[in-house]
Write a protein that binds this ligand. Structure first.
Ligand code: GRF
Length: 206
């Protein structure tokens, strides 16, 4: 399973996937290869790490392109050349155009720090605290044309405590994000089909 990672910042989800591939973690290693890492931001911590690990890692800085379409065209060119099975959005802070989504339909994954469909968009953890929910979590889903809306692959829950603020909740959720992304990739590798909005995962072979 060849993966292309798109990120814009810290890159802790990318790191979790890297570790699952290269080390034995709980539940066994992840049988995958990171073929490409792209960042739209030159200062992203994640892209520095990717270079240290020796990955094919590139900055495609959106600020250096005339418009959104031109930037995306360059991203697509790199992706096409890497032949990934899945494009993994790991804190990638750019919206993808409908034609990008169509080109890679049901092969783009995203992780969002809430139990979708609750709290899409920015500051999901702050939204959860403000709303007063008692449980939150994270969602790994396929990307469609709408924000944080595609078919759900894996969700993990965490409790929300009385004294939580957005940052304490975010830290608790992030720990589950790292496990959830690896879990989702492992499950997809075993096979899946999509029925309407439902992702039907193949059971593990015994
Ligand atoms: C995560 O909270 C993820 O859910 C959201 O962006 C953050 C990325 O964190 N989409 P990192 O860059 O993987 O550390």
């Amino acid at each position: 399973m060849r993966l292309a990672i798109l990120l814009s910042g810290r890159g802790s989800n990318f790191q979790a996937i890297h570790e699952a591939i290269h080390e034995t973690v709980q539940g066994g290693t992840l049988d995958a290869e990171i073929a490409l890492v792209l960042s739209n931001r030159p200062d992203a911590q994640g892209i520095q790490r990717a270079r240290e690990y020796g990955y094919d890692a590139h900055v495609i800085d959106h600020k250096t392109f005339a418009n959104r379409a031109a930037h995306e065209e360059e991203v697509l060119r790199r992706l096409d050349a890497a032949h990934p099975d899945f494009i993994v959005l790991a804190g990638y802070m750019r919206l993808l155009s409908p034609s990008f989504v169509e080109r890679w339909r049901n092969r783009i994954l995203n992780i969002h720090p809430s139990l979708l469909p609750a709290f899409p968009g920015v500051d999901a953890q702050a939204q959860a605290v403000a709303y007063g929910v008692k449980v939150s979590g994270c969602t790994v889903h396929f990307v469609d044309e709408h924000l944080d809306a595609g078919p759900i692959i894996v969700q993990r829950t965490v409790p929300v405590h009385e004294d939580d603020d957005a940052s304490t909740l975010a830290a608790r959720i992030l720990e589950q994000e790292h496990a959830a992304y690896v879990e989702a990739l492992r499950k997809l590798a075993r096979g899946y089909r999509i029925e309407g909005r439902r992702v039907v995962l193949s059971p593990p072979s015994s």
